[in-house]
Design a protein around this ligand. Sequence first.
Ligand SMILES: O=c1[nH]cnc2c1ncn2[C@@H]1O[C@H](CO)[C@@H](O)[C@H]1O
Length: 479
Amino acid sequence: YPDPRQREEFIKMEASMRIGGNVSLSPEEQQLDAHLSKLMLEEMAREDFLPALHFFKARPLIRSSPIYGLLQKMPKGAALHVHDFAMVDVEWLVRNVTYRPHCYICYTDDRSVRFYFSSGLPKPLSNCSTWTLLEQLRAKTVNVTDLDDSLMSYMTLWTLEDPELAYPSLTVVWKRFEQAFKATWGLVTYAPVFKDYFHEGLLQFYRDNILYVEVRALLPETYELDGSTHDTEWTMKTYQDTARQFVEENPDFFGARVIFTVNREIYPALLTKEVQKAMKLQVDFPETMAGFDLVGQEDTGRPLWEYKEALSLPAAQGSNLSYFFHAGETDLQGTKSDQNMLDALLFNTSRIGHGFALLRHPVAKMLSKMNAVPLEVCPISNQVLKLVKDLRNHPAAALMSEGHPLVISSDDPSMFGASGLSDDFYEAFVGFGGLSNHLGTLKELAMNSIRYSSLPPNLQEKAMALWQRKWNKFVTENL
Ligand SMILES: O=c1[nH]cnc2c1ncn2[C@@H]1O[C@H](CO)[C@@H](O)[C@H]1O
């Protein structure tokens, strides 16, 4: 006959192992927590459990849920995993950016679009129609709203169609995903737009109650109307200036740092130059440069190990360049890329982007836990990019239950129709634990995002103090 006291102890033990399991709550926090539990019960009693639905179908229901309302108001800390050109909703790109003068458009053979700002007719692109000035196209168009809606649809995966029909396979969804970035490219690399885009991106995160952002950035050349270009340093400096300006305008925001990224299609011999560039940026922009990463589809890209020579340079040269590798964003087991998490850890990565495959790699999992190398978990991204259907089955649900270090982020909110971090927090909070989660979970997730940021210790302390003030205010205002 089982001993009921021992049973009680085991249950407590599990609860305390969870993320947030040991966070102590003030009387006010306990009151809010009780309210939150009631809301969670209601959420779980719904006929459709929202994290089990595809986000494209769940979004309107999520947005009207009281839990979402709270999560939106909650100070969520930092967004540590977001990509440069997927921060701002596409509505802003179309309604603001494409209405600026000198904006040309062409339609590609594979049903996408390209944009380019130019004082004269741009040079023709292969596999693209002739360039048309958007202003003229709109003047000739009867239903401009339809035209604008169609422009938006090229720059996001978000659709009202059945997502399973629109994106039947991983290959298809990734192709459309990269197409959407290409469609965005000519708008966001136009120098005047580049600045405004980042400012708007910070604003959208700030409005979602996030106080600090780390951007994965390709740092491309940007161009002007006359076709002249600016180099990587310009791009980096513009990030720095824009972040500083934003903090001046909004003193309760903590700023932004940049993780320089290169696509993992690059030839290994060519990565050396990129890593050297990263080391130089680290010296020239110590305030803003956070580190280096490789991006793009992991299954089809080169495994990290093929880049080992280039990636060994910083240590050999005494550079303090940090790594923030994407790794384990794959479903394929036993492939070369399936070792990326281990290799990321061997290269001393500061965090792991995704780590979706971690449960299948006990050694990598142990190293990540022992060395406190957190995963950047992006629930909606993993669902839309077809790694998991029902978010209750996301590996992070298990990892959260055993207190594995992780943070929640949104990856590419504009691509998925998400906004800031709130949608991903909803999926994580409700989907990865249901009633086992509580206010302590949310508190620890938010604190993790500051603790595991690339900010130096003295700034981390300041950011944490700022977050704590906001948190206390949030708690008292929502009792
Ligand atoms: O979830 C992701 N995994 C890997 N790469 C990504 C993800 N999201 C975006 N990018 C990469 O970042 C570039 C834009 O900066 C995109 O072109 C894409 O290759």
